[in-house]
Design a protein around this ligand. Structure first.
Ligand code: RTP
Ligand code: MG
Length: 139
């Protein structure tokens, strides 16, 4: 199995809650390597490209508003099967039911808003990882 790279985002809710270090700690403790890191104030153009698959869904506009609300920290991380491995570390989308032991399960909750604030994003396939890394790291 080749070494993979993936994009992890600490979304604005995670940055605002000062969880960037805790999230990176979990990635490093698992054994993945940090290759690059950026603090980005995302704009509409970047976000509509990043979340193109969700355009038209009811949570799309609230999601973009959340993602524009403050800075995001982007990590490029590497390791064997890191795409799948980080998704396991993150846990499922809904933080209320995400398993304890995961980032979303341990650190997230429902805040009663129009979109799930679940702290992190991780690319879901090699194709997504390549596309998303190009979006967040080459501007
Ligand atoms: P991600 O792409 O952020 O790693 O998370 P994911 O695959 O678990 O979730 P996805 O279905 O791709 O949705 C992207 C983000 O939209 C928000 N969301 N809120 N019903 C809701 O309130 C809802 N559904 C999706 C979450 O912030 C999710 O991470
Ligand atoms: Mg997704």
């Amino acid at each position: 199995m080749l070494v993979e790279e993936t994009l992890v985002l600490v979304k604005p809710d995670g940055v605002a809650r000062n969880l960037t270090g805790e999230i990176l700690r979990r990635i490093e403790a698992k054994g993945y390597s940090l290759v690059d890191i950026r603090l980005v104030q995302a704009d509409r153009d970047l976000l509509t490209q990043h979340y193109a698959e969700h355009e038209g869904k009811p949570f799309f506009e609230p999601l973009l508003e959340l993602m524009e609300s403050g800075p995001t920290v982007a990590f490029r991380i590497a390791g064997n099967r890191v795409i799948e491995g980080f998704r396991m570390l993150a846990g499922t989308t809904d933080p209320t039911t995400a398993a304890p032991g995961t980032i979303r399960g341990d650190l997230g909750r429902d805040w009663g808003l129009k979109v799930q604030q679940n702290l992190v994003h991780g690319s879901d396939s090699p194709e997504s990882a390549a596309r998303e890394l190009a979006l967040w790291f080459t501007r």
